[in-house]
Design a protein around this ligand. Sequence first.
Ligand code: DX5
Ligand code: ZN
Length: 218
Amino acid sequence: MIKIAPSVLSADFSILRKQIILLEKGGADWIHLDIMDGHFVPNLTFGSLIIKSIRSITKLPLDAHLMAYHPERYIDDFKKAGVDLFTVHIEACVHLHRVVQRIKESGMKAGVSLNPSTPAISLREIIPSIDQILVMTVNPGFGGQKFIKSTLRKIREIAIMIESSKQNIELEVDGGVDEKNAKEIVNAGATVLIAGYSIFSKKNISIAVKNIRIAATK
Ligand code: DX5
Ligand code: ZN
């Protein structure tokens, strides 16, 4: 079954508890946390203190997406704060294999993310070591951007690589996902849909989560 992972990047942090409860009511599977360092991407978001508070609100798996250089600096703190899945950018890690090993040793699942311009083939050597792949379908840094359609071909290509690896690897798609494109993204091979603006811009965010699932599965 397709998983829906709302990104709290577009949440109203003054009422975060209420909003996370509403996401759960809508059937959210994971909570997606966008961690930005102001260097790898121009924007800055939050770290382990806020994650700890989010952990106290929900039991859903916390899916941290590090848009940061030197993400290995945060492995231990994020694990302690309650993160379950820790995804790093291939473009931000010189020693990617070592970083992935360290994430797994910490007890979290390890993911690797690709910017829109990074080709699928760059995953080839790391696939045997990872639990998930996150395909960016906008340039990372901000919520509410338009889905880059040409990434659909890459999603298909990666889905084939995963299938032939015979491993259990989730394929997350992140950026500009909404009710209108959910179905074609799933058809291309996504198993996890991350959505921020298309959920939090709606009046009823529970229904927004439900509607993305309906659109993705019909
Ligand atoms: C972008 C983030 C995404 C983003 C998704 O840099 O990685 O997770 O918040 O948000 P929407 O759905 O608004 O594109
Ligand atoms: Zn993200």
